[in-house]
Ligand binder design. Structure first.
Ligand SMILES: Nc1ncnc2c1ncn2[C@@H]1O[C@H](COP(=O)(O)OP(=O)(O)OP(=O)(O)O)[C@@H](O)[C@H]1O
Length: 227
């Protein structure tokens, strides 16, 4: 099977010389199609930087990343990635339906077709009743589920979600993670989820732990420290 993403000795440093901050340090790993990976680790350990590198939003200062299973565009960046951030970042002037249709419009779909598809995605996500609301009329959990719907509307092969539940209470956080896992199942996509919360990480099968920019993989069945 072709790997989705491969990292070879990837390092990302900010600044130079003795003042350099090394956010990600000599990471090598392979992500295969369909995997569910939780990335845990303390604040500042490099989770966001790692997700940005894997999504092609940032570039390594040493080492190499390739995306054999994600194609690429003329800039050498990977395609077919859906991004979810800590803040839902919905467009405030557009209702939920048009927020979800937005990436499809950017892909060149006509408005009618984009809206039809957005409606189907919202139905599959169980939030079609929110279609006509503006972002300011949504709770935090609702807004984050809309952000997930927007990310999956383009049928990505890889979904990266960076602390998408950081500001939510447990029931809403679990609803968002379950929606991500369900969407990844439906699409046959890989899911990479950064989280501080072990209960969210438990929902996924591979567990990566970041510490001071270095990555270690913990077997899923190994008891978690402190639990
Ligand atoms: N643009 C930057 N310039 C300098 N240092 C940076 C920059 N971006 C990140 N860093 C540093 O790199 C390290 C890793 O940051 P990163 O945001 O990837 O960690 P994180 O695990 O995602 O943290 P959090 O859980 O708080 O989001 C931190 O020490 C951070 O201060």
């Amino acid at each position: 099977m072709t790997a989705l993403v491969e990292l070879h000795h990837v390092t990302r440093a900010h600044g130079n010389g003795h003042t350099a901050a090394v956010a990600v340090r000599d990471i090598g790993c392979t992500i295969m199609p369909g995997e569910r990976i939780a990335v845990t680790g303390p604040t500042g350990s490099g989770k966001t930087t790692l997700l940005h590198l894997i999504a092609g939003l940032d570039s390594p200062t040493a080492g190499e990343i390739t995306w054999p299973g994600l194609g690429g565009n003329p800039l050498g960046r990977p395609g077919l990635i859906g991004l979810v951030f800590q803040e839902p970042s919905l467009l405030p002037a557009l209702d939920v339906l048009d927020n979800v249709a937005f990436p499809l419009r950017l892909d060149g779909r006509p408005a009618d077709s984009a809206r039809r598809h957005a409606r189907t995605v919202l139905e599959q996500a169980g939030i079609a009743d929110l279609s006509e609301r503006l972002p300011e009329e949504l709770s935090g959990g609702q807004a984050q589920r809309v952000a997930v719907a927007r990310a999956i509307a383009v049928a990505p092969r890889l979904i990266t979600a960076d602390e998408p539940t950081g500001r939510l209470d447990t029931p809403h956080a679990l609803a968002v993670v379950d929606l991500l896992v369900h969407a990844a199942d439906e699409l046959g996509a890989t899911l990479l989820l950064a989280t501080h919360d072990p209960r969210m990480a438990e929902r996924l099968d591979r567990h990566w732990e970041m510490r001071d920019g270095a990555l270690t993989e913990r077997p899923a069945e190994e008891p978690r420290r402190g639990s």
